[in-house]
Design a protein around this ligand. Structure first.
Ligand code: GTR
Length: 323
């Protein structure tokens, strides 16, 4: 008992030395603890805590504890949640320009995506979130997304005909599936595992770390590396929470978020490799020999539907021209 009292007194003392949290920002993520995006925001939290002498704390809620991605984005807009880390795909209905940024085969490679997002285009797009009550803080890596399913190895576009795939809840991805001759079933991430298991859908599409950590690899063992999507991922803050901060604290948060993107990208590169190895060892069949040309060509109607205004055409061209 005495030991316990001394320990508690010691803890209280060190807490007051470090400074108690005056502001606690709640941050949501769909992924579990240990996933690169969760660890990225935790690294940001450590830096913010240090630089504010413990005044500002960021508490990360992993595994969709605060809700599925689209709902948590809306809650962040309203200031119910302070921060969210989510894919651009989930922002499509809220921040229109993210639709263009989610177009299939828009980015040639992950390096191309980084060059675009880390340059003036990324700045411009980030600034656009503000009119939707969100502050874009940092772009994280989500690698490339490919199809996986429980039925058969897919080696060509023809193999997709009539199959049912879960996509994120947005129109671009539904249209992408139709253009490929398949059927899209939009649904939240958290419902995908059981939907594959019970045969409601044949499969889904994602990157290796998600395919692995969600357990989808257990129920859909055929993975085709067609890399149809490279979608930026974002750490965003509620404008309502942001506006309550002093300009100095805003600066600390912005910088810590940017620095955390470097941490996240390094963790991402390691996790991508580790997850691929893990799912392969567990029996997933990875089809790497795939001609992407027919997939890319099939996307013409999707581009025609979404890249309509001169501004949209200009943005897509600037992205394509970025080296
Ligand atoms: C993951 C992404 C999540 C979420 C998920 C999904 O790769 O990191 O933000 O978008 O995919 O498919 O819903």
């Amino acid at each position: 008992m005495k030991f316990l009292m001394t320990t508690i007194a010691g803890l209280m003392c060190s807490a007051s030395l470090a400074g108690a949290c005056e502001i606690t920002l709640r941050s949501s993520d769909t992924h579990p603890d240990g996933y690169p995006t969760v660890e990225g925001v935790k690294a940001m939290a450590t830096e913010v805590k240090e630089k504010t002498d413990g005044r500002i704390c960021i508490e990360v809620f992993p595994s969709s504890q605060l809700g599925e991605e689209k709902d948590t984005i809306e809650q962040t807009q309203f200031g119910v949640i302070d921060m969210v880390r989510a894919s651009f795909g989930s922002f499509n209905d809220i921040v229109p320009v993210t639709q263009l940024m989610s177009l299939p085969y828009l980015f040639r490679s992950v390096d191309h995506m980084h060059a675009v997002m880390d340059g003036p285009i990324g700045e411009e797009i980030g600034a656009g979130f503000e009119e939707n009550d969100l502050i874009a803080l940092a772009y994280y890596d989500g690698g490339s997304r490919s199809f996986y399913n429980s039925q058969k190895p897919i080696t060509s576009i023809e193999d997709l005909a009539g199959m049912k795939f879960r996509v994120m809840q947005n129109d671009v991805f539904v249209d992408m599936m139709s253009a490929l001759g398949a059927n899209a079933t939009p649904m939240p991430y958290g419902e995908v595992y059981s939907s594959i298991q019970t045969g409601v859908i044949d499969g889904a599409e994602n990157n290796f770390p998600s395919y692995d950590s969600s357990g989808h690899a257990e129920v859909a063992k055929y993975f085709t590396l067609d890399e149809h999507l490279m979608v930026p991922e974002l750490v965003a803050m509620s404008k309502a929470s942001w506006d309550k901060l002093t300009p100095e604290d805003q600066q600390i948060i912005r910088e810590a978020a940017r620095n955390s993107a470097q941490v996240q990208r390094e963790l991402w590169a390691e996790q991508e490799k580790a997850s691929q190895e893990k799912v392969e060892a567990a029996g997933a069949e990875i089809i790497t020999e795939i001609d992407k040309t027919p997939f890319i060509e099939a996307m013409a109607p999707v581009y025609e539907k979404y890249v309509t205004t001169p501004d949209a055409q200009d943005l897509v061209k600037r992205i394509q021209d970025t080296q």
